[in-house]
Design a protein around this ligand. Sequence first.
Ligand SMILES: Nc1nc2c([nH]c(=O)n2[C@H]2C[C@H](O)[C@@H](COP(=O)(O)OP(=O)(O)OP(=O)(O)O)O2)c(=O)[nH]1
Length: 164
Amino acid sequence: MSAKGLVVLTAKLTVMQHTFTKPVVVGAAILDDATRPTQMLAARRKAPKSLAGYWEFPGGKVEPEETPTGALVREIREELGVEIEILEHIAAPSDAGWRLDNGMNMHVYTAIVRLGKPEPLIEHDRLEWAALTASDLHELEWIPADRLILDAILTQLGGTNASA
Ligand SMILES: Nc1nc2c([nH]c(=O)n2[C@H]2C[C@H](O)[C@@H](COP(=O)(O)OP(=O)(O)OP(=O)(O)O)O2)c(=O)[nH]1
C-alpha cells in the first residue's frame, strides 16, 4: 500500500473508532474544602427524560482530542460556570473506570471551586451541597450506577473527612 493509502486508511480507522467506541464520561465530586471536606456538590439532571430528576456528578463526555481532566474542567465551566482545580482520582474497579448503565465508563475526580459560584446553567435544574455522610448523600435520588461511586468517595476521603 502506498504512503498516501496508509494515511487515508488510518484516518478512516480513526473516524470508525470514534463512531463505534463509547465515549468515556468524567464526573466531578466537588468538595467544599480540599483538606477538610464536609460537603459535596450534587447536581440534578434536566434531560434526557429517562434521567431527568436524578442527581449526578456534574461532568460529561471526553472529546477525542481531550484529556479526561481537561474535559472535566471544560464541562464544569460550561455546566456550572466555575473554574475548578482537580484534586484526586477516585479509584475505580478497573482502569476503564466505573461501568454506567448506558454501557459507558466514567472516571470521577474530587475537585474544589477556584473561581465563581456554581449555578445550574445548562444541564441541571438544581444544585445541592450535601454533607459527606452516607445517609445524607444517599438520601438524594442518584442515577443508580453512581451510588457505588458515592461509597468509594466516602471511603477514599475517610482519612481526611472530619464528618464521615
Ligand atoms: N455527567 C454524568 N453522567 C452520568 C453520571 N452517571 C451516569 O450514568 N451518567 C451518564 C448519563 C449520560 O448518559 C452520560 C453522560 O452524558 P452527558 O449528557 O452528561 O454528557 P455531555 O455533557 O458531554 O452531553 P452531550 O454533549 O453528549 O449532550 O453518562 C454522572 O454521575 N455524571
